[in-house]
Design a protein around this ligand. Structure first.
Ligand code: NCD
Length: 307
């Protein structure tokens, strides 16, 4: 039962529970009109303490397409946060008005702490460089749609593996499926954090390799997950400038990639995928964006227990 639960970490839901979300997502995609007033009278609140386009709008569009309403802020400066209100009090207050809350926060662990005070289901829309579970459910759904399976896959993650929360969440989530191998493609300075390497990859005995050149491994991949260098999490501008264009996926690199490669990106992209790749049938990132809204529709229905 997902009714009344929070979603903070990709492993908060079992594989079976995720499958129930994928099934409902598919049903919504097949006949969205059957769902367009099912959340009438319900309110979603989006509390975004960090910039966002996809995550916030897709949550809001999801609730509006279910016939519900939305309240929230995209700038904490326009709310009582600017007066010094604590996260606990903001969540208690908004939880008195809304039926479900999606929150993005720059501090890692803030949403987990928030669950202690939030009287309604709280969804983590990204906490610092930590986790981003709704992006991950979207990624899993898209991989399933493209490949027909979540097992037996060689997954390349490329770019900023140190600060990219979507990367950490995806590794955590995929580590539960059989026969997964990761190829981690990044400059030395942007390799995955030690807890991911030790606790998840080594701890669970999952095969992985850390390499610096995309060309070296692109031919072996089933899925290539490109990511943006996370400018806002760098301490020093010079390092960002030096590393920001480490990888650019273009047509030339795709010449040596498998015919059935699936290219994903959580977006926003900066330079890491050249626009000439967008028309390639292997580019799935705009389908992934759209899936994100449908997945969030399914998630809202499940957490609210709306049938
Ligand atoms: C990502 C995020 O915010 O972590 N964007 C998203 O939610 N789709 C990725 C990023 O900002 O690079």
């Amino acid at each position: 039962m997902l009714k009344g639960r929070h979603l903070i970490d990709p492993q908060d839901f079992s594989i079976k529970e995720l499958e129930s979300i994928f099934d409902l997502t598919e049903r919504i995609i097949e006949s969205p009109e059957d769902y367009n007033s099912i959340c009438h009278g319900k309110i979603l609140s989006t509390l975004f303490y960090e910039p966002s386009t996809r995550t916030r709008f897709s949550f809001e569009a999801a609730m509006l397409r279910l016939g519900g309403s939305i309240i929230g802020f995209s700038e904490p400066g326009s709310s009582s946060v600017a007066k010094g209100e604590s996260l606990a009090d903001t969540l208690r207050t908004v939880g008195a008005y809304a039926d479900i809350i999606a929150m993005r926060h720059p501090k890692e662990g803030a949403p987990r702490l928030g669950t202690e005070y939030c009287p309604v289901p709280l969804i983590n829309g990204g906490d610092g460089g930590h986790q981003h579970p709704t992006q991950t459910i979207t990624d899993l759904f898209t991989i399933l749609q493209a490949k027909g399976r979540l097992e037996k896959l060689v997954i390349g993650l490329c770019g900023d593996l140190k600060f990219g929360r979507t990367v950490h969440s995806l590794i955590k989530a995929m580590s539960r499926y059989e026969d997964i191998e990761f190829l981690l493609i990044s400059p030395k300075e942007l390799q995955v954090p030690d807890y991911i390497r030790q606790e998840i990859l080594i701890g669970k005995g999952i095969p992985f390799r850390e390499v610096e050149r995309l060309e070296e491994v692109i031919g072996e991949l089933d899925v290539l997950y490109m990511t943006r260098v996370q400018k806002e999490r760098f301490f020093n501008e010079a390092d960002y400038i030096r590393l920001k264009d480490s990888y650019i996926l273009d047509r030339d690199k795709l010449l040596i990639a498998p015919e059935d490669l699936v290219i994903l990106h959580p977006l926003p992209r900066v330079n890491e995928i050249s626009p000439e790749v967008d028309d390639d049938p292997r580019a799935w990132y705009f389908r992934q964006v759209k899936n994100g809204m449908y997945v969030r529709m399914a998630l809202i229905l499940k957490l609210l227990g709306v049938k």
